[in-house]
Ligand binder design. Structure first.
Ligand code: NAI
Ligand code: 13P
Length: 328
């Protein structure tokens, strides 16, 4: 499955390092728009499709050299299914930048894309990438992961610039799960800060959360070391410490005594962690796994407990060694 693009041009990070390519971006929300900006900065010809701009999806992707999906989770399955019936250029990579889990199937976005477009390499893009900072031109790093390293290198070359440093990884599932599961933890971190529980509590929360993410992420097939990298710990640090994160703001708002509907309507934008928490708990029940922090987030989002009760429940769990099963 060879693409026509050269995965190994000279390692030149100015924006002319690659010949301009046609890039189709699906989704014109915060992340799709920021990624379009990064691609245009590198001189690529960018077309953005969204369900609201009435352009034809088929026309936009027909002659694209790269398709990059940045829609939120509810859009992934309908769009991937539509693209399954559409002719793309042979073997072009499809990049998925969505951080969520499908409610119906519990699948990750890359699994949905792989099922629908099995003739194309599916590349996961995930990392500490708060879109507002990227829109401001601030430096950021990310990971592009694919079992086909050739495809990962192509995407790396197309998107890398002085302001966006892109690393490759051979672990798409771990990369994707890191970015997805940390959204649940970002809600917990927002609660922690909203209740003013202090730096010790926040450090304890994030450290235990990383253990929880690694436990479930490796059980589902991700590689342990991936969760210590940019798409795991890196994204968790960004999202759990920034009021720019919508998921963090959900937790912060709940800690202030607002209800979920009020917080979400004030947000007016996607907070994937809310749906991801519900799907994660379904997975944990199915796999018979204990996910203490995610469980408290689930209880809180579903109005079963107050933020204070969630803290008490975590602090009063049975005492045990820090590492039960040797975490890596
Ligand atoms: N904003 C950010 O900083 C980052 C966001 N992400 C992820 O990217 C994804 C999108 O996030 P944002 O752009 O921030 O959200 P957003 O709320 O700004 O935009 C969501 C986009 O998805 C589209 N969409 C939703 N449902 C759809 C459907 N059924 N059919 C077609 N299109 C549909 C919307 O029209 C919109 O273009 C999320 O999974 C998010 O976790 C990842 C990294 C950074
Ligand atoms: O994934 C993100 C940053 O990497 C964006 O986080 P939020 O969706 O919480 O805003």
């Amino acid at each position: 499955m060879q693409s026509n693009l050269n995965p190994n041009p000279q390692n030149n990070l100015d924006s002319t390092a690659n010949s301009p390519q046609k890039i189709a971006i699906l989704g014109s929300g915060a992340w799709g728009s920021a990624l379009a900006g990064l691609a245009r900065y590198n001189g690529h010809q960018v077309q953005v499709w969204s369900r609201s701009n009435h352009s034809s999806l088929e026309e936009i992707i027909a002659d694209a050299d790269l398709v990059l999906s940045a829609v939120s989770m509810p859009g992934v399955c309908p769009i991937a299914t539509q693209i399954k019936e559409t002719k793309l250029k042979d073997n072009i990579p499809i990049v998925t930048a969505t951080k969520g889990l499908d409610t119906e199937t519990t699948y990750t976005p890359s699994k949905i894309w792989s099922n629908c477009c099995s003739d194309h390499p599916i590349v996961v893009l995930s990392g500490p990438n708060l879109s507002k900072e990227i829109e401001q031109g601030l430096p950021a790093t990310t990971v592009v992961a694919c079992q086909d390293m050739n495809a990962a290198k192509i995407v790396q070359q197309l998107l890398s610039s002085k302001r966006f440093r892109v690393y490759t990884s051979p672990d798409p599932l771990g990369t994707e799960l890191g970015g997805t599961l940390k959204n649940v933890i970002a809600i917990a971190a927002g609660v922690c800060d909203g209740l003013h529980l202090g730096t010790n509590a926040k450090s304890g929360l994030l450290t235990r959360a990383l253990t929880e993410i690694i436990k479930i992420g490796t059980h589902l097939g991700g590689q342990a070391e991936t969760f210590f990298g940019l798409s795991g710990l890196g994204d968790m640090l960004a999202t759990c410490n920034s009021p720019l994160s919508r998921n963090y703001r959900v937790g912060y708002g709940l800690a202030q005594g607002k209800n979920l509907q009020q917080v979400l309507s004030e947000l007016g934008s996607t907070a994937e962690g809310v749906n991801t928490t519900n799907v994660l708990i379904e997975i944990a029940r199915r796999e018979q796994m204990t996910v203490p922090i995610s469980w408290q987030v689930y209880q809180l989002l579903n109005n079963k407990i107050t933020p204070q009760e969630a803290v008490e429940a975590l602090m009063e769990r049975d005492l045990k060694p820090e590492f039960l099963e040797g975490i890596i």
